[in-house]
Design a protein. Structure first.
Length: 131
């Protein structure tokens, strides 16, 4: 297994997970609104952050999903963030799993040295939706 450090280069990190059942009936509708929600928060600054990554994947139980990586700075917390979302559809319900890592390190440094993309993709690809 792999865990996120409480500190990286002597600086604190935070980790938040959430699972949400959403109101959307299609993945495209969910993705469009999800992007809007990510970008409309006034406490997120994207100017010096890496470009957003979006790709379509298939999770372990077979459903198609959108994998989204967003990076931004939150002035209220004085932290850079790596946010990973997966959106998937099952029986006309859309589900979202979000992993958000806050840190004071350089975006690329922590992403590569802690393996944030690898951890997120490994967890998200292993998801199974069961009714």
């Amino acid at each position: 297994g792999r865990d996120f450090p409480a500190y990286y280069n002597g600086l604190i990190t935070t980790e938040v997970w959430s699972i949400t059942e959403t109101k959307y009936k299609t993945l495209e509708e969910a993705k469009k609104d999800w992007f809007q929600g990510i970008y409309e928060n006034p406490d997120r600054k994207f100017e010096d952050a890496p470009e957003q990554l979006v790709c379509k994947i298939r999770i372990s139980s077979g459903e198609e999903a959108y994998f989204i990586r967003s990076n931004f700075f939150r002035p209220s917390k004085n932290l850079n963030y790596h946010r990973y979302d997966i959106l998937t559809l099952e029986n006309e319900k859309t589900y979202a799993l979000t992993m958000s890592i806050g840190h004071q390190a350089d975006y690329e440094d922590i992403r590569e040295n802690v393996g944030l993309d690898i951890v997120a993709k490994t967890i998200f690809l292993s998801l199974e939706i069961k009714n």
